[in-house]
Ligand binder design. Structure first.
Ligand SMILES: Cc1cc2nc3c(=O)[nH]c(=O)nc-3n(C[C@H](O)[C@H](O)[C@H](O)COP(=O)(O)O)c2cc1C
Ligand code: SF4
Ligand code: SF4
Length: 270
């Protein structure tokens, strides 16, 4: 089977998942790459035409060893027939636990045929310059690995007769799931009023519409999923994590999860 085009479907508040998927698509080496970005609030209602007879790369970050609830909500709108799926989770150098298996199970429920899977590392959402956790990842080495993965996927698919070929893809993880997912904490980043220019960037990147701008920045704490997109995108450094429990989780991750982990690939013979 020849791959002529590929669709990237992802939830990626801080952009690391998107970057990994783009590396994989580059490695597959097709001209037609369509991006279906489900990150913003519209992603929950976006009408996406059903996939048929094609190749889709589905990506999501790992939150608490599982898929983010908001990624599942958006992915549940997808439908597929005779469509091969490459499944990718991106995690912040702690662990990915059951997330990749959960993505496989979800993709099968939606009608996809999983052909390969991978867990890549991305800068942890909670990381800052002062408290680094896998900062700068995916880096050039990770992107190279993503491209190699893409090349291997292309070879694997070239050997298939059709997209409905039955592939037995084994992925790590527990079922029933053991990881508990991201625990609700009822906290959100705060805005340093003196530094904020009320530019609105934070509101425009928030996946849950938790931020509104009306002369100043207001945050609805109950809607916040702690994705940190607002913190990382603020041009003034005016969005910060202030909550002591949240900051101590970041410190723990910095102290215990700094040893570099490498991407793991499944279903491509390595
Ligand atoms: C609420 C929350 C929970 C997270 N849980 C984990 C985790 O269990 N393991 C891990 O290694 N990284 C975890 N992370 C880090 C993200 O998986 C990681 O930063 C990822 O690269 C973010 O993807 P994105 O850039 O596409 O948003 C968590 C991040 C958030 C916001
Ligand atoms: S992105 Fe930063 S500067 Fe802009 S409105 Fe938000 S907090 Fe203020
Ligand atoms: S307010 Fe919360 S959900 Fe919205 S971008 Fe910031 S951290 Fe993410």
């Amino acid at each position: 089977m020849e791959v002529k085009q590929v669709k990237l479907v992802y939830f990626s508040p801080t952009g690391t998942t998107q970057k990994v998927l783009e590396g994989i698509a580059k490695g597959i080496g097709v001209e037609g790459v369509e991006q279906i970005n489900l990150t913003l609030p519209e992603g929950t209602q976006q009408a996406i035409p059903p996939f048929a007879d094609e190749l889709v790369i589905i990506g999501a970050p790992v939150y608490g060893g599982r898929l983010p609830v908001d990624a599942i909500k958006r992915l549940n709108n997808l439908k597929a027939t005779n469509t091969l799926a490459v499944l990718v989770v991106v995690y912040g150098n702690r662990e990915f636990e059951d997330a990749l298996l959960e993505l496989k199970n979800l993709s099968i429920e939606l009608g996809f045929s999983p052909v390969a899977g991978a867990a890549f590392i991305g800068e942890h959402s909670f990381a800052t310059a002062d408290v680094p956790i896998a900062n700068g990842r995916p880096d050039s080495q990770d992107v190279q690995r993503a491209m190699d993965f893409g090349a291997r996927i292309k070879d694997k698919i070239a050997a298939l007769e059709s997209p409905d070929a039955k592939i037995d893809l084994e992925l790590p993880g527990n079922f029933p799931y053991e990881a508990g997912g991201a625990r609700p904490m009822a906290v959100a980043p705060v805005t340093i009023e003196d530094t904020c220019t009320v530019c609105g960037t934070c509101a425009s990147v928030c996946p849950t519409a938790a931020i509104s701008i009306n002369g100043s920045v207001a945050t609805e704490i109950e809607l916040c999923i702690r994705c940190c997109a607002c913190i990382k995108s603020c041009p003034e450094g005016a969005r910060v994590m202030e909550d002591s429990k949240w900051k101590s989780i970041a410190t723990w991750l910095n102290e215990n999860c700094s040893a570099r982990k490498e991407p793991q690939l499944f279903g491509v013979g390595v």
